[in-house]
Design a protein around this ligand. Structure first.
Ligand code: SF4
Length: 252
């Protein structure tokens, strides 16, 4: 049952601060329904195709607090319906686990659902409680193979397994996401390896293959960061549709 509608009281305060990269209202691709998406600042990974390289530095972005999160989340409430809500994306939102536990708990008290869009590249003492506090995990599997995972992200795969173990223990509903890049992971074998990998994850509701695109390339130039996939074309939509047919959503 939904909690009664509570108008957010301006002036409500907590000491906890977070760091925010940006906010998207009416987001329709980061979880079910219409969502307010908070892109949190800071990420330990350096994915080859990251479209938010300006979210990497932990001291970048700007400060935010619970008051702002709740205020912005409440503004979107008329559009959420039964499925929508708030998504914390990034960056890697689990780097701000303590802040998110507080935020997601407060959102739940107001009847607003939260999703966590994570990469499995970061774990700390708050991770388990943060996973427990959300309603849905969007888990981006960068690559099933440990060596290629490290080439893509610059991180070891160990933390991904820790996150998956916690999600399994919690039986947390999740969507799997996987960016498909030409000549990196666009073969039938690559998708079969993904199928095998995710067969160990409980409670998967959906598997999304996402097309690599080059829309962020200019950001790299402005930030003075070398774009390492220069020359790689955007993923062909027809080929992606073929690969989507090979995806198997594991039985719960
Ligand atoms: S995990 Fe996400 S935000 Fe971090 S580098 Fe990779 S794509 Fe970018």
């Amino acid at each position: 049952m939904r909690a009664p509608y509570i108008v957010f009281r301006k002036g409500e305060r907590t000491e906890m601060k977070g760091r925010l990269h940006s906010i998207e209202t009416f987001g329709a691709v980061d979880g079910p329904g219409i969502r307010t998406v908070f892109f949190m600042q800071g990420c330990p990974a350096r994915c080859l195709y990251c479209h938010n390289p300006d979210s990497w530095k932990c001291d970048g972005g700007r400060e935010t607090d619970l008051e702002e999160i709740l205020y912005r989340a409440e503004r979107g409430r008329p559009y959420y319906g039964d499925k929508g809500g708030v998504t914390f994306s990034g960056g890697e939102p689990l780097m701000q686990g303590q802040f998110l536990i507080e935020a997601m708990t407060a959102l739940k008290e107001r009847g607003i659902q939260s999703a966590l869009d994570i990469s499995g590249t970061y774990v700390d003492e708050y991770t388990r409680d943060a996973l427990a506090a959300c309603d849905l995990v969007l888990l981006d599997i960068k690559h099933p193979d440990p060596e290629r995972f490290e080439i893509i992200t610059g991180c070891k795969q160990d933390t991904l397994f820790e996150v998956i173990d916690m999600m399994n223990e919690l039986e947390k509903p999740c969507w799997i996401r996987h960016v498909v890049v030409p000549d990196i992971n666009d073969t039938e074998e690559d998708i079969e390896a993904l199928n095998q990998f995710i067969s160990k994850i409980r409670n998967i509701q959906k598997v999304e293959l996402l097309a690599y695109h080059t829309m962020a390339v200019n950001k790299y130039g402005k930030l003075g960061i070398v774009y390492r996939l220069k020359g790689v074309p955007p993923m062909d939509k027809g080929r992606l549709d073929e690969l989507k047919k090979l995806v198997r959503v594991p039985e719960k």
